[in-house]
Design a protein around this ligand. Structure first.
Ligand code: PMP
Length: 439
């Protein structure tokens, strides 16, 4: 992967493009490399892609919402026009009742005021906007270990430092968060700490959920350590609606009594359609203004048409039943992956995997001596010999070391989103063949 500050032109007589420091920071991001691997090896069965199940995409639901919207001349004209930076009020109102219902909050709760919502191009844009408005180069974000690697790329891209906090099956450990803050205070860096980032439901990649008592504890820590400035908690709820068993935990959004600390990021990519690219943030009032000013520079509003289309889906009562069907489809696939893991891996010593209650991923750990990274023998073997692909776990760890040499190298993220149960079974069989070949 290149990380040079210049790019050579096709015509050698023309001088190179001289790129910015921001570009150099951003070019460390792994998502481009991973997508390229998929494109270059079309015959492998990929358990790497974070795409959603093609079979449960809402084709007829979207068609009927589209037809209803376009049959109403005035609405069609509104939808085809520019919208506003913070997004279509019609959808924001729908979101207030949707979230109130989902989170057990009152629709009149000021924390769910429409003025706190910003509609974005996927929740990815919200993550990026928050990073843009909070971080100066060298500022610090505390993250779970492992966590969503694309967000680690976003932090790199603004020159922020991601500091890992010890994490187990119940999510980030509050005691470790507390001692990291103490340490940063001791070295005079407390004023650089702006944010705690949490994928509190079915973490990507690990599938871990932050337990209720830890949610309370993390929030209490964020409030207590907000001294010269507020320490925000970004609750990335991308998978919150994809729970297949067990009961939901209270959201951090609902636990934050005055709505001053939690930024809640939501998306319709996983539960409805990623092609619409509709995500949203529920953001504390002062930060909301900053995010919208920044967004004004980027696009002064995400696709208005898509927001109105989704508002119509909600108005027609089509959203809830669709999400039910999506959950049913993923439950089957999750079970197919766990069954295949039992079938092919249970007799390989030192291999462990998580049983997630939701989300899209199974997190698998190999014996420490088997490396899984892009340059490893195993990755090469799966892509070129057995024909499957996974996401190497090491890219999901923030590192205290500039070269990332302290990151665990023996994990894999396996996605059950795209393949059907037969494809999942075959990919797991191939992976097991490769793992055995390494021993
Ligand atoms: N957060 C997490 C944890 C994710 O896994 C993803 C997508 N893979 C996103 C945010 C962003 O998704 P989108 O922009 O499609 O809403």
């Amino acid at each position: 992967m290149t990380n040079k500050a210049t790019i050579e032109p096709r015509d050698p007589s023309s001088p190179p493009a001289k790129l910015s420091q921001r570009w150099r920071w951003a070019s460390k991001g792994m998502i481009g490399f991973l997508m390229q691997q998929g494109v270059e090896n079309p015959d492998v069965i990929s358990l790497a892609a974070g795409l959603v199940d093609p079979g449960s995409l809402p084709v007829s639901t979207t068609r009927s919402a589209f037809q209803a919207m376009m049959a109403d001349d005035a609405l069609a004209r509104t939808a085809l026009q520019y919208g506003t930076t913070s997004g279509a009020m019609r959808l924001r109102k729908q979101l207030v009742s949707h979230l109130a219902n989902r989170e057990g909050m009152s629709p009149d709760d000021p924390r769910l005021g429409t003025d706190r919502f910003v509609l974005t191009t996927g929740s990815q844009q919200l993550l990026s906007l928050v990073a843009e408005v909070l971080f100066d180069p060298g500022d610090i974000c505390l993250v779970a270990s492992p966590t969503y690697f694309v967000f680690l790329g976003v932090l790199d891209g603004v020159g922020a430092r991601a500091i890992p906090v010890a994490t187990d099956e119940n999510g980030m450990q509050p005691a470790a968060l507390e001692s990291e803050l103490q340490r940063l205070k001791g070295v005079g860096e407390l004023d650089r700490v702006k944010l705690v980032y949490l994928v509190s439901d079915f973490e990507n990649p690990s599938g871990y959920c932050l337990s209720d008592d830890r949610r309370q504890a993390v929030l209490e820590i964020a409030r207590r350590w907000s001294r010269e400035h507020r320490l925000f908690v970004l609750e990335d709820a991308a998978y919150r609606e994809l729970r297949y068993d067990g009961s939901p935990q209270t959201s951090l959004l609902n636990m934050d009594p005055d709505g001053e600390h939690v930024i809640h990021a939501g998306t319709f990519s996983k539960s409805f359609s990623p092609g619409l690219r509709v995500g949203f943030g529920v953001v504390p009032a002062d930060l909301h203004q900053a995010v919208c000013v920044r967004k004004g520079n980027e696009d002064f509003g995400s696709a208005n048409f898509n927001q109105h289309l989704l508002a119509t889906v909600f108005e027609q009562g089509l959203y809830g039943p669709h999400v039910e069907s999506v959950r049913d489809a993923y439950r089957v696939k999750r079970d197919a992956m766990l069954t295949a893991a039992d079938r092919y891996f249970s007799d390989i010593p030192g291999v462990h995997w998580m049983h997630p209650e939701g989300g899209l991923y199974v997190w698998m750990s190999l014996p420490e001596e088997i490396a899984t990274g892009f340059d490893s023998e195993l990755f090469h073997h799966t892509v070129h010999e057995t024909g499957m692909m996974y996401v190497p776990g090491e890219i999901c760890f923030a590192s205290g070391d500039p070269n990332g040499d302290d990151r665990p190298t023996n994990h894999m993220r396996l996605s059950f989103g795209v393949q059907d149960p037969a494809g999942i079974d075959e990919a797991m069989k191939r992976l097991a063949t490769s793992v055995r070949a390494m021993r």
